[in-house]
Design a binder for this molecule. Sequence first.
Ligand code: BGC
Length: 755
Amino acid sequence: MLFIPNSMRLLPILLFLLFLLNACADAALEKSKAHENSINEIIDELSLSECIGQLTLVNSPGNQYDEAFLDEIRKGHIGAILNETNPEIIDVFQQVAINESKHGIPLLVGRDVIHGFKTIFPINLGQAASWNPELIELAAQISAKEANASGVNWTFGPMVDIARDPRWGRIAESFGEDPLLTSILGVSMLKGFQGDSLHSKSYLAACAKHFAAYGAVEGGRDYNTVSVPEFELQNVHFPPFRQLVKHGIASVMTAFNELNGVPASGNHYLLRQSLKENWQFQGFVVSDWASIKEQIQHGTAENEKQAALISLNAGLDMEMASSCYSDYLPLLVKEGKIDEEQIKDAARRVVWVKSKLGLFEKGSSRLSAFTYPVQEHMSVAKDLAIQSMVLLKNEDNTLPLSNRLQKIALIGPMAHDVYEQLGTWIFDGDTSLTITPYSAMKEYLGAHRVNYEKALPTTRSLDQSRFDIAKILAKASDAIVVIVGEESILSGEAHSRAYLGLPGAQEALIRELSRLNLPLVVVVMAGRPLILKNIEAYADAILYAWHPGTMGGPALVDLLFGQASPQGKLTITFPRAEGQIPIYYNHKNTGRPVNEKHHIQLEDIPVRSFQTSLPNTNHYLDIGSLPAYPFGFGLSYTRFEYDKISLRDSLIGMADTVVVMLSVKNVGDRAGVEIVQLYAKDTHASRTRPVMELLDFKRLALEPQEQVYVNFQIPATEFGFYLEDGRRTLEPGSFKLMLGTNSSDVHTTSFTLIP
Ligand code: BGC
C-alpha cells in the first residue's frame, strides 16, 4: 500500500476548507455590496423632504391616536421617535411607517436604557467598580432584551465621558476617570446592546455619548464651558469613542457643551474631521436634546436656520427634539447653501443603521414580553451589585457581622426606599421589583431581629425629631447599620452639587449613633464620590454601595453578613475636600511635584515665615494633595500578598511584547477576589506624560491560602500615546511599571524600549 503521510492526507481537506472560506468571504462581500446597493437605491428614491424625515427624531405624543403625528410618519417626515415604551403604541407607529409610507422605512425607537430597563442594575459608576467587563456585558444584554420586548430598538448608551469632577451630577452615568477602563467597559456595554456586530439579531442599536469632553465642564456645573487642549482630547477624552467606533457602534451623540469655543453640535473638527474622516465612522451622529438649536444660546448661530446650516456642515446627521433641520434644510438647499448630496449622505447613514439592525426584515417584531421578576435578571443584578460595592474602611474587622448577633439596628433614610436606591436615569425601572436592605435583612435574619428606623424623612432633611427613637432602637441592638447617602435626584443630569458631604442631618445622625459605643457600620448609597471626612472617625466600617439598583438589598446583606466578600475597587478618586477637585490618579508630575513628607499643618507655619521657607511644591497648605481614597482602592475580608514580580526582558524592541509576571496569594482565611492592577509611566517623552496610567488588570478569585502566578503581556505599542493631531507615537526610552492592589500601593519595576 502506498504510504501517504498524515499531512498529505489532510491536504485535500485543507484545500476544500480554504475554498469554502473564500467562497464564504466572496458571498459576504457580495451580500454587503448588495446591501449597500439596496440602501443607495432607497436613498435615490427618497425626496428631499423624505431624506430630511430620516434625520428627524421626535418625542412620542404618548398615544396612537394623534392623527397629525401619524400623518407625519405616513409622509416620511419622521425617521425616529424617542420616549415611547408602550409596545402597542410603538406597533401602530411602526405599522404606519412600514405599510402606509411610500418607502416603508421602519422607525428607530430610542430610549435611555442607561443601567437597566425594568430590572435596574447599579449606576454605571458602581458597575465600573466591579472591573468585570463580562458581567457588565451581560447586564447590558439583559437591559437590551427587556427594552426590545417593549418595541425599543435603539438606546442612548453607553455614556463614555471621562469624569474627574464629583460635583458633576452626571458622573453617576460614567465609568469614572480612566480612559482605558472606560474604553473596555464601554465596549462591553456596546456588545451587550448590539452583540458582536450590528445585525438582525441585535436587540438594540447603541449610541456613544456625549461627544466630546462633556465630563470636563468647568467647575463640574452641568452644560458648562469646556476648554481642553487637543493633546488631552486625544489621550483622555477620545480613546473610549475611538474604541466604540472601532467596534461598530451604530450612532454617536453630540455633547451639550462647547469645546474650545465651538459647540459640540456644530463642531466640524469633532464630527466630520475626527469621527467621520479620521476614524471612518460608518453610523450616524445624533444631536443631544435640542442642542442644534442651543447654538443660538451659545451665541454661535443667529437663528435656527443658521444653526441647521452649521450643524449639517459640521457632520451632524440627525436632530433630536428641536426642528431646525425639518424647518430650514429645504430652504437652505433651495438657496444653494447646502448641497443636497450632504443631506442624502446623512439619510444614507441612518437607513444603513436601520438596515444593518435588520429592521427591514424584522419590521416591528420584538422579543415577547417578560413576566417580571425574571429570576436570571434579578440574579445578575444581585451579582453586579455585590461586585460594585466598595469597602472603604473596616476597623478591627467589624465586617462581616456575625450571625450570632441577636439584633441589628437598621437606621437611615436609604435603608428602605424602593425608588431612591435605583439611582438616576431609570425611566422604566420597576419599583415593585426593588428589594431594599430592610426587606432583605428581615428575610435573612427574621423580622424580630431587625430594629428599623428611618430617622430622617429624606437624605436632605434637617429634621432630627426621630433621632431619639433611632437611638432607643439602637441601644436595644447589638450592632448598628446606618444607610445614608443621596436620593437619586441629587445626581444625574443637571444635578451638580458644590458641597459634597452627606446632605441634611445625616452626619449628625451618625455622630449621635456613634455615642452608643456599638459596632457602627455606615453604608453610603450615592451617585457620586462624597466627602466623608466628617464621619470617617465615627464609623467602624464604611461600605460604599452607590445606587445599587433593584437588588441592592440582598447584595448588601450578603456582604454585611459575609456570604460574599467585598471586591469592588474605585474607578474614581475620592477627594478629601471639594477644594482638591479636580483630583485624579493619572495627573502630570509638574516641575515641582509634591513630597507628602513636606505636608504641613496650617497652624504649624511660623508667623512671618519667609516667603520661600516652606517647600514650594504642587500642594495645598491646608490639606496636602493626597485623596481620601485613591483610584483602584477597595478592601476585602481577606488580604492578598504580591510577590516575585519579574520581567521576562528588560530591553524591549518597538515591536516586542512586555511580559511581566508575579504571584498573588490570598493570605487570609476567607475566599476573596483581587483585582490586580498594572500601571505604567513613560519617564521621559517628547510630551509630559501622566505619573501613572492603567495598562491592564486581572480579576482573581482565590480560596484561602491559594497562590496563583499571573502574567501580563503588553505589546510595546500600548506604551505609545497620541499627538495633538491624532497620530500615535511610540518613543523609545525607559518606562516604569507599577503593579498593585490600588493606584497608590504598588510594586515597581522598569524596562527600556529600544529603537
Ligand atoms: C441627555 C442625553 C439623553 C437625551 C435623551 C439629554 O438630556 O443629555 O444623555 O440621551 O436627553 O433623553
